[in-house]
Design a protein around this ligand. Structure first.
Ligand code: COA
Ligand code: ZN
Length: 317
């Protein structure tokens, strides 16, 4: 019997690299993306078409995106903050975009220099134009749990914005814990509210590990039927406009959790570890999720499909 699928979008090349001070050359980003495809990654968010002054690391998006070969059946997306970004993405041959709407007034101001109302209108217009061009779309609801400037985010606001983005045609609503402030009880509350209005298949969770709860939060989402997650190879990440945001949920930690839960991510652990090595070379310091040491010790047994239940490798003799 085929096991149930969990779809991971690796956002390492975008969210993971955007706050790195040292510019990573296009060739390095291509090597990382190639390694992620090689591990079987179904979806990658490769870059963002944002202002190069705002995020210098993403200034090469126009050159990077067209250079990426996308294997059949995989998705390659880019974040766009406005219609100018969408135009650039289209010129680069992009077929899937993500808009970003923060749930608070101040975070929108800091991130994209718009108030909440203007940010909603911009996200709607961008989604409409993207769909008219036949693009697949995702909509981030950023700071969905807490905002570094306004504190806890009201659940009803996250609900209203998510429904608004779904009505605007977004194919996936990505609920983002941008600063990694949520605990599983918060995920439970927000996801439960959203499931009252949106089907689980359209919901994604984007988690950061600032308080060490990203994996527990992912588990909470899995328990509630969420099957789409953003994660970042080696746990790279952080938003330059959200003080205190640490790295993303590490792809390898989520992949291992899913494997042990009998959920299929289509990822090959051995190749995933090679992608982590590439990421480490690019940033120049040790990276890796909480499970990486154990994963390395248990390769190649873990990589064998027959041993996909990771528990098999850890059973004491
Ligand atoms: N890509 C490149 N340049 C863009 C752009 C885009 N998507 N959108 C606007 N610009 C340019 C304008 O053309 C203008 O250029 P000019 O000064 O040469 O005329 C300049 O940026 C300012 O335009 P304006 O509309 O006033 O933008 P802004 O300064 O208010 O910045 C954003 C708005 C959205 C472009 C900027 O805040 C941004 O890129 N934010 C992204 C932040 C981010 O990536 N966060 C992390 C991911 S959530
Ligand atoms: Zn993020």
């Amino acid at each position: 019997m085929a096991s149930e699928q969990v779809r991971i979008t690796d956002v390492g090349p975008r969210d993971g690299l955007q706050s790195q001070k040292t510019l990573v050359p296009v060739a390095g980003k291509l090597a990382l993306i190639e390694a992620l495809w090689g591990a079987g990654m179904p979806a990658i968010e490769a870059t963002s078409f944002v202002s190069p002054q705002a995020v210098p690391q993403m200034a090469d998006a126009d050159a990077l995106l067209p250079a990426i070969a996308v294997p059949a059946g995989r998705s390659l997306s880019a974040l766009v903050p406005n219609q100018r970004g969408l135009e650039r993405a289209l010129r680069a041959g992009c077929r899937e975009i993500a808009v970003v709407l923060s749930a608070t007034e101040t975070m929108n101001q800091r991130n994209i220099r718009m108030g909440l109302d203007e940010a909603i209108a911009t996200a709607r217009d961008t989604l409409r134009d993207a769909q008219a061009q036949g693009l697949a779309t995702r909509a981030y609801i950023a700071v969905a749990f807490a905002c570094p400037f306004e504190g806890n985010t009201p659940t009803d606001r996250v609900h209203a914005l998510s429904v608004a983005m779904a009505e605007a045609g977004a194919g996936e609503i990505v609920v983002a814990d941008t600063i990694g402030a949520a605990a599983p009880c918060d995920v439970q509350r927000v996801v439960q509210a959203l499931l009252a209005s949106l089907p689980a298949q359209t919901l994604g969770l984007h988690l950061h590990d600032t308080r060490g709860m990203a994996l527990a939060n992912a588990w909470q989402g899995l328990q509630m039927g969420v099957r789409r997650f953003d994660a970042s190879i080696g746990g790279l990440g952080g938003c330059p406009f959200a003080p205190g945001a640490a790295g993303n949920l590490a792809t390898e930690d989520l992949a291992l959790l899913c494997a042990q839960a009998g959920l299929d991510t289509q990822l090959d652990m051995e190749a995933l570890v090679r992608a982590i090595d590439v990421a480490e070379t690019l940033v120049g310091y040790p990276v890796g999720g909480r499970s990486l040491r154990w994963i390395r010790q248990n390769l190649p047994a873990l990589a064998r499909p027959s041993a996909a239940q990771a528990g098999a490798a850890s059973t004491p003799r």
